[in-house]
Design a protein around this ligand. Sequence first.
Ligand SMILES: Nc1ncnc2c1ncn2[C@@H]1O[C@H](COP(=O)(O)OP(=O)(O)OP(=O)(O)O)[C@@H](O)[C@H]1O
Length: 214
Amino acid sequence: MIVLDGVTVEYSDSVPLERVTLELEPGCTAVMGPSGSGKSTLLRIIAGQQKPTVGAVAIDGVAVAAASWRSSGDPRVALIHQDYRLVPFLTVEQNLLLAAELREVNRSAVDVDDALDRVGLPSAMRSRLPRTMSGGEQQRVAIARALMTGAPVVLADEPTGALDEGNTERITEVLVDLGRKERLVIVVATHDPGVARRMDRCLRLIDGKLAPAG
Ligand SMILES: Nc1ncnc2c1ncn2[C@@H]1O[C@H](COP(=O)(O)OP(=O)(O)OP(=O)(O)O)[C@@H](O)[C@H]1O
């Protein structure tokens, strides 16, 4: 379980998160809120990519590790972006293996076909370059890359923001399955009410504060 305790993020001219306290269980949580309400900041804080000004974040009782010269954040968390961020000159397989290597995943746990299968892509796609794939396929590769790390927490920042309706549906389905069937903690920042409805729970941020549930 992820616990945020009184998390505030403050810059000289803005306060993107203010005293946010919440618990996130395995399953799917949507985070909605207007542009600038702090959704991406919240995901970066959970991933350890940014330190709160005040407050604490822990996963299963252990404080989230901050990014350092060796890592981009806590190894228990994988972050997926709207624009996929695949390495363009590497094949699908190489993109996935690179993620496992950077996270120092045990070789016996590295299984490219399994990761592709879990996001509904055929193993024949292993040798494709990202530019030869549709946006929806690339986003599925980005999710498979997150799975390669073995992280029990997968955060997705607007994962369907650049996709059409059909691909939005497919990506949402993949994330929902990972939360419900595999019991990963899935947190999805989204502007799409249709995506949020599919999740188990929806949080709302307004000006950096958590809106009351309901
Ligand atoms: N490094 C920074 N320095 C100053 N202000 C920042 C910084 N990073 C974010 N902010 C501010 O924090 C606020 C929240 O930004 P954030 O990206 O978390 O919002 P968001 O809800 O994800 O927005 P969107 O839906 O448009 O992606 C914004 O007002 C933004 O300008």
